[in-house]
Design a protein around this ligand. Sequence first.
Ligand SMILES: [Zn+2]
Length: 380
Amino acid sequence: MSNELSEPAIDLLCDLVRRRSITPDDAGCQALLAARLARLGFTCETLQFNDVTNLWARFGDTSPVLCFAGHTDVVPPGDETQWSTDPFEPTFKAGVLYGRGSADMKSGLAAMIVAIEEFLEAHADFTGSIAMLITSDEEGRARDGTLRVMDALADRDERIDWCVLGEPSSQDVLGDIVRIGRRGSLSGMLKVNGVQGHVAYPHLADNPIRAFAPVLAELHEIVWDDGNEYFPPTSFQVLDVRAGIGAPNVTPGELSARFNFRYSTEWTHDSLQEKVHAVFDAHDIDYELDWHLSGKPFLTEPGVLINAVHQAVVEHTGSAPELSTGGGTSDGRFISPAGVDVVELGPVNASIHKIDEHVRVKDVIALTGMYRRIMELMLL
Ligand SMILES: [Zn+2]
């Protein structure tokens, strides 16, 4: 055993990294976690949806419910020969543990389990319940994971009040960034209809590029918003525009385009769509527009949860965390709509999804202490 430190969170992390849980395969990770939780008196429920395994575990039956959430699945290692060590054999070098999932996010899970064990051992009496919501489909399509578990909980009127996600939120040092929300992501798939024709006889054709160009210019000129206290300004980006049939003397009969909004809480997906349609409708253009919403924006307002997380970080690091809504989407987008305050606090994310993914051993131990402190501050 290469772990000379023999810290409980590190031992558990090693056991998790050894399980080759590439999305959506849980590879026995959740059984391992459930066994630990069941020993503490948690009621553990496996919720299997298609090929995705989810775990809902709860200790106590009163409110408020503090839920720790995360995922056991990892992204594939890529070309394993490029790794300095076996991605599924945890390896220690100079106080750092290497392995796929070590940062995203098996260290978060290990720290949560050990923090809960330590908390329950120290405090027989506390207010409310502790829960864990774990999925094996965060890195994949995310259709049969956290979203379905939240639906199942809603169906039986079981609610979560506060949620701590163990995603790797930190940038340079542990606890420097805490995520308190995420921007929304809304995509538009556009088709502009025209009439194909000879380039020399434009009056007999209807060129969709000419019709779309002024609309595109106008969409680019709009200042969607200036952001707000917690969100950067909404951004509109065009990803793809295509038309033309490849011949030098034919104007196209059709144009397709794809664009995306990363949007702040100043908008809803409905109000954004209405605005875009209004721009199109003000022009002489024959178009079809399909929308795909991959995540609504969410924000946890300052309150009990953010205060507790803030204090736990300050006590361990001596510095106040930056409260951020940056980054891509996370499973917080499925939890927050149920009226849950969601905060993401986890290890440094510099190596996630990369070759030689790693986490500092010291950080996993400190993170365990932070999670335990959050429970003390909120449940005692
Ligand atoms: Zn993750």
